[in-house]
Design a protein around this ligand. Structure first.
Ligand code: GRF
Length: 321
């Protein structure tokens, strides 16, 4: 299995979600490990649990400090512990926009409602008041806007007759403890998950005009043009022919270009077996920091090189528009 992702968990209080995340990380197939539990309240209950389990802790009160200074100290502790992700679990602080933007795509939060419903506070009371059939919980990416980042997963929890905000909160908590470890585990490993990578590539490939999918030698492939006379512009390879890569194969302009790219950026490109000989390059997808805009550019370029002239004209016209 690939190295486990390192995760710092920020808490403010009881830390029951932190405990759920921590114990799930001790299961043999966990894709992440907890490298730090940090709190803005030195008396946060969760800290003693974390240290009893041998997890490093950090605590610094926000009182008497500017937001920027406090954030910087928390961030420094996370970085020092080697964190690749920050996971907020009942962390009752608004983070500065600079901090949030530095961790864009690498910071998650759990929120006790079915987002986009009820961002902010008093979520359970609001769901009951509105007569909703379900409350629930969501795990989302943290962006500058409160509770508004991409939702990575959610679980509904039924609202019973006579439900109070407290009784609902208590049951939602059980759902939280199931959801958060699962979503985090999937999220940190999705960059090496062939199913996820294929879905991303498929969506980009099929967004090109008259593109359709057709399997080729057991691999998904995409063709431009009609079903009858279309030509392949991309293939998806999952560790094919002994390669350790999950890759997109696309057409380069020449063998020189292919070899130059492979030599200059061996972490990003390789010359695939068989296909390489006719100018197809392997764009490595299962690597940290993959840039999907760049993958989209490769797909479009490869599509242009095989698409019938009438289609290429279409895309040029759309761009001029
Ligand atoms: C949870 O309800 C979570 O949804 C919210 O804060 C609470 C944290 O509880 N963001 P705990 O500290 O994990 O027990």
């Amino acid at each position: 299995m690939a190295d486990k992702a390192k995760v710092a968990i920020f808490i403010s209080g009881r830390g029951s979600n932190m405990a759920a995340l921590l114990y799930a990380s001790l299961l043999p197939d966990s894709t992440y490990e907890v490298c730090l539990v940090a709190a803005n309240d030195p008396d946060a209950e969760g800290l003693t649990l974390a240290s009893a389990e041998g997890v490093p802790t950090f605590a610094l009160s926000h009182k008497g400090r500017t937001r920027a200074d406090h954030d910087a100290a928390m961030e420094a502790a996370a970085k020092e512990a080697g964190a690749q992700y920050i996971v907020l679990a009942g962390y009752m602080r608004i983070l500065s926009p600079e901090f949030v933007s530095r961790w864009q795509g690498r910071m998650l939060n759990i929120h006790p409602s079915l987002l986009p419903k009820y961002p902010g506070l008093d979520t359970h009371a609001r769901a009951i008041e509105a007569g909703d059939s379900h409350g629930g919980v969501s795990v989302h990416l943290v962006t500058e806007e409160l509770d508004a980042g991409e939702v990575l997963g959610s679980l509904p929890v039924a609202i019973r007759a006579g439900e109070t905000a407290d009784s609902l909160a208590e049951r939602v908590r059980f759902a939280e403890h199931q959801l958060y470890p699962r979503v985090l585990s999937d999220y940190v490993s999705r960059g090496s998950d062939p199913g996820y990578l294929l879905e991303k590539v498929r969506a980009l490939a099929l967004s090109l005009p008259e593109a359709h999918e057709r399997e080729s030698h057991g691999s998904p492939g995409w063709r431009a043009g009609s079903e009858k006379s279309g030509k392949y512009f991309a293939y998806f390879n999952d560790q094919h022919h002994g390669s350790e890569h999950i890759a997109l194969l696309v057409k380069t302009g020449s063998m020189d270009e292919l070899l130059d790219l492979v030599e200059a950026q061996p972490h990003a490109y390789f010359k695939p077996a068989y296909y390489g000989a006719s100018g197809w390059i392997g764009v490595i997808l299962n690597r940290p920091g993959i840039d999907w805009d760049h993958v989209a550019e490769w797909l479009e370029r490869s599509w242009r090189s095989v698409a019938p002239a009438r289609l290429a004209k279409l895309i040029n016209a759309a761009e001029d528009f």
